[in-house]
Ligand binder design. Structure first.
Ligand code: NAD
Length: 358
């Protein structure tokens, strides 16, 4: 079995595998090829990959020599042509990019998209959505703290008292919970909304206040994901969120619905009532955003409030992001490569079946 790693297009800084992952694949009897400079932005040099036992080649050679090709983003169209009869594995978000899936099918490429893993206990060690969302939640708070013109913790000093900052977090999934923990560590007072009442205990155990809105649609059978809510619920939720937004200094929004557009939770009017200098980080920007003014991968200033739609915060921490991504990928590869190092695609396995997009 040969496995190749491609260099990601800019502005991506992550890489599918770090040198430390090569040993895991060697144990699977796999030979690993790395495109030259693939790990440069994640502080992994070609020399380190070579020391770990991988062979560094040009991108073209990696594609030609590999049975399985790893790339976080889908390769460019002219490269897809060269992938005919090969296997690619990455983070391709097929539900938001159906045209890409069509291209892959036309070119007869076997493609696995790791973001399509069902959310089961067995899948946890491969769950790229979780490992990367954890970083996004942490970095969202640090970014907001950096831009916010005040302290987050409370201080009583000879120069006067500083009240703690008020942070509002919408959505307490993986990113939201990490954002709560990070904001609490920095001393902020934190309020949280989520449509899944099951997260209330987790939110409270992190020292935040959970604001309940009654009448949410039951999401217990949606495999861990949220479901769409009724217009009546959304209206009730909007009124409560409006009150919290008006008194918040920092808002981190993370609310997403798998495969659908993100719910609109914060309107222009609500932002208009926030204090000048407040900061909103919208982690749902790539799927439409949770505010009415969010622009994906842009920063908008509206009424003195900064709304940041940076949808690739994991790329701001490329080393740990690649370390976790690579471990997730190695765990998935162990599902589709047998002990003799041969490909073993068991279509009865829900994880293999669920991630196969072409
Ligand atoms: P996500 O990124 O899909 O959504 C983020 C959060 O937004 C969710 O908590 C969701 O309930 C919330 N949300 C959606 N609509 C909302 C609205 N209108 N208002 C307020 N909040 C709203 O979620 P996620 O981080 O991927 O995690 C979702 C759940 O799945 C969590 O309970 C997590 O622990 C679980 N999970 C399980 C596995 C596994 O078992 N393999 C892996 C990852 C996550």
């Amino acid at each position: 079995m040969t496995i190749g790693v491609l260099k990601e297009p800019l502005p991506e800084t992550r890489v599918s595998l770090l040198p430390e992952h090569i040993l895991i694949l060697k144990k699977l009897n796999a030979e690993v090829f790395i495109e030259s400079n693939a790990g440069a932005k994640a502080f992994a040099s070609d020399e380190k990959y070579a020391e770990a036992g991988a062979t560094v080649l040009s991108g073209e050679e990696v594609i030609a020599k590999s049975d399985i090709i790893l790339s976080i983003h889908l390769p460019a169209e002219k490269e897809i042509e060269k992938l005919r009869s090969k296997i690619i594995l990455g983070f391709y978000q097929p539900l938001y990019n159906p045209e890409d899936v069509k291209k892959l099918k036309e070119k007869k490429v076997t493609a696995f998209s790791i973001d399509m893993l069902p959310r089961t206990t067995r899948a946890q060690s491969m769950d790229v959505l979780s490992s990367q969302a954890n970083i996004a939640g942490y970095k969202a708070v640090l970014l907001a703290a950096n831009l916010f013109p005040r302290y987050l913790p409370m201080f009583m000093t000879a120069a006067g008292s500083i009240p703690p900052a008020k942070v509002l977090i919408l959505g307490a999934g993986v990113a939201g919970l990490q954002a709560i923990a990070t904001a609490r560590r920095l001393g902020a007072v934190v309020e949280v909304f989520d449509t899944r009442p099951a997260v209330k205990e987790e939110v409270m155990s992190l020292g935040a206040k959970f604001i309940e809105v009654e009448g949410a649609a039951d999401a217990s059978k949606a495999g861990g994901y949220a479901v769409e809510q009724s217009a009546a619920f959304l209206q009730k939720q909007k009124e409560k969120i409006a009150m919290s937004v008006a008194k918040s200094d920092i808002v981190i929004t993370t609310a997403q619905i798998f495969g659908k557009k993100a719910p609109l939770l914060i309107t222009d009017e609500m932002i208009g009532k926030m204090k000048n200098g407040s900061v909103i980080i919208d982690l749902a920007a790539a799927t439409g955003g949770n505010t009415s003014v969010t622009k994906n991968d842009e920063t908008v200033v509206y009424n003195g409030v900064m709304i940041i739609g940076n949808s690739n915060l994991p790329a701001t921490m490329p080393y740990d992001a690649s370390k976790m991504y690579g471990k997730n990928i190695c765990n998935f590869l162990q599902l589709i490569i047998d002990k003799e190092g041969k490909l073993n695609l068991n279509m009865e396995d829900d994880l293999v079946k669920g991630t196969l997009i072409s």
